[in-house]
Structures are given as C-alpha cells and as structure tokens.
Design a protein around this ligand. Structure first.
Ligand code: ADP
Ligand code: MG
Length: 237
C-alpha cells in the first residue's frame, strides 16, 4: 500500500545524500527498523508520510505516485506517524481536544468526534484523562495520548519513531500490549531489542544509505540475572 521506490534524499543545507537509491514496501504487518544514530531512519519515515520530498525517486500510495495535495491528504488519512517527541504531536490545551482534533478534521460532527476520542482513550486505558492539561502530563502519558490522537483517525498503517525513548518499564509494557492488540501495519524504529522482540517479526537495517532485510538476525527476548539487577539498566554487549 505504501512504498518508497528508488529514493535518494539530501537535506537542502548539505551536500551528501543520507539515503541512496532506497526502496522499501510496507508488506510485513509488524516490521522493525534498526540502524546507528544518524543513518537516516527518521528521514525515511518523514519521506513515507510526505513531510519531506525525495530528491530522487517516488513515494507511492496504492501503487500511484504521491504528487498532488489530495494524494497527500489521502495518504495521511491512512498512515499515522508517532513522532519521537510527543511535544511535536500534542498542541491542544486538553487531552480530549487533542484526540478529537483528527476526527473533527476528517469531517465528524463535534459530538461524534468527542465520542470517538473518548472511546479511543478508553481503549488505551486512559479514561479519566479527557480534561487533563496536555502539557502537564508525564512523558509516558504524553506518549500514550499522542498515540490516541493517531488511533482516533483509524489509520491502516502506523509508523513509530523510537517510541520507547524515555519511557519507564511499566509504560513500555503497556505500549507493547497496546501495539500487539492493534490490527494494522506497524513499522517501528527502535534501538530497544526487547521491545522489538515483542512487537515485530521482521527486521530491516539501514546502513550507508541503503536498507536491507535482516534474514539472519533473529529478534529474541533476552533474560538474565546478576547482582543489582533489580533496576532498569543497559549492557554494552
Ligand atoms: N533538517 C536537517 N537538515 C540537515 N541535516 C539533517 C536534518 N535532519 C537530519 N539531518 C541529518 O541527517 C542524518 C540522518 O538523520 P536522521 O534521519 O534523523 O537519523 P536517525 O533517525 O537514523 O538517527 C543525520 O546526519 C542528521 O544530522
Ligand atoms: Mg531518528
């Protein structure tokens, strides 16, 4: 349904392309994208929702190049993008206004939009959050509300940019549970292997401007035990 075909991308202020002749199709229901910092993961998702235009190559939606404003509108109606920073996604004073914004924009009447928003919040375990002040929420709460603003538009594809950054383990578990229960295409950028092991079954890697499917790398959960291991921590290996 959504495809980047032979795209290259160079940021206007720079000379070197970040992505080179890259092709990618949304075909796996739950795909993860990995790659070192600065390799172009976020750039790739921005290209996929038309936030930036490829220097070369095409963005295709249902097999047709996305060129007009109407094409872009149709694409954005079906493809939701969870930004790395929730503050880039949330802009209304209260949670209910933020979550109802999308449905209102799609043409639902105010009472219908409110009902959709309330229902979406309920499905995410966020009932009671309707009148909370958005900018006063915790980072984890903001992430879930940002997800609610997208899900209220009932997308068919969900792109997530490092969704577990700065989330505590409890909120990460809730997010895993939510994503596993959502029946839509999910493309997830993450460095969090345990999270990917729970939410995806195909892995892609971006390297030197290209993307390839990792056929030999198998995502798996890693459990271990050692002294002072009762706090969240990271290992280098
Ligand atoms: N607006 C921009 N202008 C110029 N360079 C940028 C811009 N945004 C990102 N870059 C550069 O493009 C490269 C890829 O960035 P990004 O897609 O954010 O990488 P990733 O998400 O994989 O960490 C980085 O070197 C970054 O510094
Ligand atoms: Mg990034």
């Amino acid at each position: 349904m959504l495809e980047l075909r032979k795209i290259s991308y160079t940021y206007p202020q720079t000379s070197k392309p970040i992505l080179k002749n890259l092709s990618f199709k949304v075909e796996d229901k739950h795909a993860g994208i990995i790659g070192p910092n600065g390799c172009g993961k976020t750039t790739m998702l921005h290209l996929m929702v038309g936030l930036i235009k490829p220097t070369e190559g095409d963005l295709l939606f249902h097999g047709e190049p996305v060129t007009t404003k109407l094409d872009l509108y149709n694409l954005r109606r079906d493809v939701g993008f969870l930004f790395q920073s929730s503050d880039d996604q949330l802009f209304s004073p209260t949670v209910i206004e933020d979550v109802a914004f999308g449905p209102l924009n799609l043409g639902f009447k105010p009472d219908e939009a409110r009902a959709i928003a309330e229902n979406t919040l309920k499905n995410l375990g966020l009932n009671g959050f309707e009148d909370r002040i958005t900018h006063k929420l915790s980072g984890g709460e903001k992430k879930l509300v940002a997800l609610a603003t997208i899900l209220a538009m009932r997308p068919k594809v969900l792109l997530l940019d490092e969704p577990t950054n700065n989330l505590d383990p409890k909120t990460t578990s809730r997010l895993i549970e939510i994503l596993r229960n959502l029946d839509l295409y999910q493309i997830i950028i993450s460095h969090d292997w345990d999270f990917l092991s729970h939410t995806t079954n195909t892995l892609y890697k971006i390297e030197h401007g290209h993307i390839h499917k990792c056929e030999e790398d198998h995502i798996h959960e890693h459990r271990h035990i050692h002294k002072a291991g009762d706090h969240p921590h990271q290992h280098d290996l």
